[in-house]
Design a protein around this ligand. Structure first.
Ligand code: HPA
Length: 295
């Protein structure tokens, strides 16, 4: 199984390098309804997932299913417009393959974005939450099974699953933009059902400020590889039981529009600064080491 994943990563990165000469420094994974950020990239090359070996098309509305390589405000960047979720029936290996691939392209920082339900009663639809930690409540872990030693250690440290440096950059950019943002804990659940009100109360007791069905596997896989993670949730709805309204994916997509412009402004200012805070002393990205001798 492990040799297979190394081969897949090699094969995919070689295919991508044939499409674009851009060698990205930053990766941005765009959540439900947040895909439009990639439109700001210049000299962009779009690769539909269906043209990428071992990738699947995306089945969820609001997830386009494209990789875009381009320059985002001066920074070579790779965007993933759409992700694979565990609830779609994919294995954890499949869910984190795109993350591992963009890491193998040489990025040093990945920004994970998502749509999430607000559990913290101060949160409103359209608010942004900088993720400062997560609760893995998915009942699974992408690193389960034999350790892929070329990718990272058996027991990776997750005490800074969301880089403090990145969080500081994002907070100071938000402040400069006079944009109020929250900082909180993301609870990652399997889905695809939204939560019951009792589960939302449980999640609050456990310390979650927002809840969603993604991001946690990607954060774990990137940390395993030695790639810095920043995370931003766009609060699209009050979590179940906190409003009289019933939840729907349609509402999530519609309300993501309330946060997407803020996300654009924040990323425009933050991405070039995130690049400046990367130090050569930081741990190396092991996925890149795996593939960099390939053309
Ligand atoms: N729960 C889980 N996932 C979500 C939600 C929610 O309320 N909103 C957006 N994604």
């Amino acid at each position: 199984m492990s040799a297979n994943i190394y081969q897949q990563i090699n094969e995919i990165t070689q295919a991508i390098k044939r499409h674009s000469s851009i060698r990205p420094q930053v990766g941005i994974i765009l959540g439900s309804g947040l895909g439009s950020l990639a439109a700001e990239a210049t000299d962009a090359v779009e690769i539909p997932y269906t043209n990428i070996p071992h990738f699947h098309g995306t089945s969820v509305e609001g997830h386009a299913g494209k990789m875009i390589l381009g320059t985002f405000h001066g920074v070579p960047t790779v965007f993933l417009q759409g992700r694979f979720h565990l609830y779609e029936g994919y294995s954890m290996d499949e869910v984190v393959l795109p993350t591992r691939v963009i890491c193998a392209l040489g990025i040093h920082t990945v920004v994970l974005t998502n749509a999430a339900g607000g559990i913290n009663t101060r949160y409103r639809p359209g608010d942004l939450m900088l993720i400062n930690d997560h609760l893995n409540l998915m009942g699974d872990n992408p690193l389960k099974g034999p350790n892929l030693a070329k990718l990272g250690p058996r027991f990776p440290d997750l005490s800074e699953a969301y880089s403090k440096t990145c969080l500081d950059v994002l907070s100071s950019c938000a402040e400069e933009l006079s944009m109020p943002v929250h900082s909180g804990v993301y609870g990652g659940l399997l889905g695809p059902t939204y939560e019951t009100p009792a589960e939302v109360r449980m999640l609050r007791t456990l310390g979650a400020d927002a809840v969603g069905m993604s991001t946690v596997p990607e954060s774990i896989a990137a940390n395993h590889l030695g790639v810095r993670v920043a995370g931003v949730s766009c609060i699209t709805n009050l979590a179940a039981g906190l409003s009289p309204r019933k939840l729907s994916h349609q509402e999530v997509i519609e309300n993501s529009r309330l946060g997407v412009e803020k996300l654009h402004s924040l990323m425009t200012l933050a991405i070039p600064r995130l690049v400046k805070t990367k130090s050569v002393a930081d741990v190396p990205n092991r996925a890149h080491a795996l593939t960099e001798n390939n053309p």
